[in-house]
Ligand binder design. Structure first.
Ligand code: CA
Length: 500
């Protein structure tokens, strides 16, 4: 209500000035926009229909794309959960914000964009998955899952202590976000709300409303489900993240989530009991068994996304009903991409495209052209500076990204980056993906697995699935040399001296 009032005051002022006789009246800046950051965990772009998914539909995320701007080339700097979160908060690559892997505690004393927005007069809130070990700082209100949090009946902590919720976590987090919007806001201030889901993170436990979604269907398989990792170095064959060998009993739903109520357990068993009985009867082996596991995995992953999308719909409706929509930037993104059977994998970590990419859709009424698509190379180091710029707050020089506001306005900047830097650090660790850094341009990617003393290089135009490294191909020698120079330049630019 007050947000509407604020808007009508601005409208009245605009009219007043427009009608006045002052020819050189200064441009009236409307009040800073609210920012709603909708953030999921492990949601790959190729599981969003606005990005061309062939396996699911996401009507509410698509609505944001239809009403805003979709970034076709958004990437992360380190494809794993906690590091991506720390990068978004600080606008810095992992080696400078300190969270190089999931084991590190985030130093909440350091500068973050929510702190800067708060100092500039924003009311700030963080609800849902935080996953940075230390308590959130820079927020007027926060209530977060403990660590990864469960899919059902989460315990959540806030400045006031712990409380237990009953229900499906994606629904619970949305309820809390809507409750804060309805009753927690200071309506005299613009807000930043970080609304962050656990879903669709492993172990992909669907909500009660979607336990049967896709039953009886066979979803398309990726072309490289049976990748043999020939044509690349020794890192790809060494990983432990295959659909074939590395899914647990709980991932495969032979075990239910551990903390269901009796009613939830009954619904779960009614859904999975018959499916599991059919599986036992079929006694599959070899490629047929891999295909079955892929179907089980991908359907559960997409069922979790269906709940995310339903709940986003609830939030968008709330913004419409209250009139907040016109004053609110809504951003949809995820901490990284994910393998949806691509290369035979689940999980993330690699600089290969499926996990290096992340979705980014921004609806900013009056600024983003509805239904527009941006193709510049952008990265999660850019998010903090974008939010600050949108709010009219100067970004500190120590941030390493670029504001996306010019792109959101549809301007063509005179100079924009033509390469991206990447560095993955968590090894040895779960899934056994070797450390690597690299550079990606519009067409090429060079990766350095420094502990193995190996290089890989891909011509993404000729080989978009990255099945054949051309690093040793003499035809690409000159490109390889240029990319090495560019990689060195980026390591200096971003001050990454953490290895070699
Ligand atoms: Ca993640």
């Amino acid at each position: 209500m007050i947000a509407m009032k604020r808007r009508s005051i601005v409208t009245a002022l605009t009219l007043l000035i427009a009608c006045s006789t002052l020819r050189d009246a200064p441009e009236v800046r409307s009040s800073p926009p609210n920012i709603l950051f909708v953030f999921t965990d492990d949601h790959a772009s190729h599981a969003i229909s606005a990005y061309g998914s062939v396996i699911n539909t996401t009507p509410n995320i698509d609505r944001l794309a239809r009403e805003g701007m979709l970034f076709q080339n958004c990437f992360v700097g380190n494809s794993i959960c906690a590091p991506a979160r720390a990068t978004i908060l600080t606008g810095k690559h992992s080696h400078l914000n300190g969270v190089i892997d999931n084991g590190v505690r985030f130093d909440g004393e350091q500068m973050t964009f929510p702190k800067l927005l708060q100092a500039a007069g924003y009311q700030t809130a963080m609800i849902g998955k935080w996953h940075l070990k230390t308590d959130p700082t820079g927020f007027d209100h926060w209530e977060v899952l403990n660590g990864q949090g469960p899919y059902y009946n989460p315990k959540m902590r806030s400045a006031a202590g712990q409380r237990e919720h009953v229900g499906y976590t994606t629904d619970v987090i949305t309820d809390l976000a809507l409750e804060w919007l309805e009753t927690g806001r200071d309506e005299e201030k613009p807000f930043l709300l970080m609304y962050q889901h656990k879903a669709p993170h492993r172990e992909w436990a669907p909500g009660p409303e979607h336990l049967d979604l896709y039953d009886g269907e066979t979803l398309p398989e990726p072309a490289d489900l049976f990748d043999d990792y020939a044509g690349r170095g020794s890192a790809a064959p060494q990983q432990e993240m295959t659909i074939e060998h590395h899914l647990s009993q709980r991932d495969l739903k032979f075990k239910p989530p551990g903390n269901l109520t009796d009613e939830q357990l009954a619904a779960w068993e009614a859904a999975y009991g018959p499916k599991n009985a059919d599986f036992e009867k079929a006694a599959l082996e070899g490629a047929d068994l891999v295909r079955w596991k892929y179907q089980r995995y991908i359907k559960d992953y997409l069922r979790c996304i269906a709940s995310v999308d339903d709940n986003l719909g609830r939030v968008l409706e709330y913004l419409d009903e209250t009139g907040l929509a016109d004053d609110t930037i809504v951003v949809y993104s995820s901490d990284q991409g994910f393998y949806l059977g691509d290369h035979g994998w689940y999980d993330k970590r690699w600089m290969y495209e499926e996990s290096f990419r992340t979705p980014l859709i921004v609806r900013w009424p009056g600024v983003t052209e509805p239904g527009s698509v941006d193709e510049h190379l952008v990265q999660n180091i850019d998010f903090a500076e974008t939010f600050l710029d949108a709010a009219g707050v100067d970004a500190p020089g120590e941030m390493q990204g670029e504001s996306l506001v010019p792109l959101l306005r549809g301007d063509e900047p005179e100079a924009w980056r033509d390469s991206l830097y990447y560095h993955y650090h968590e090894f040895p660790a779960v899934h056994m993906v070797n450390r690597h850094y690299g550079v990606r341009t519009e067409r090429y990617k060079l990766m350095r697995f420094y502990q193995l003393d190996e290089w890989e290089m891909y011509d993404l135009r000729q080989d978009p699935d990255e099945l054949r490294s051309v690093y040793d191909d003499p035809a690409y020698a000159e490109v390889a040399s240029e990319l090495k120079q560019e990689l060195n330049r980026l390591r200096e630019l971003y001050r990454d001296g953490t290895s070699e």
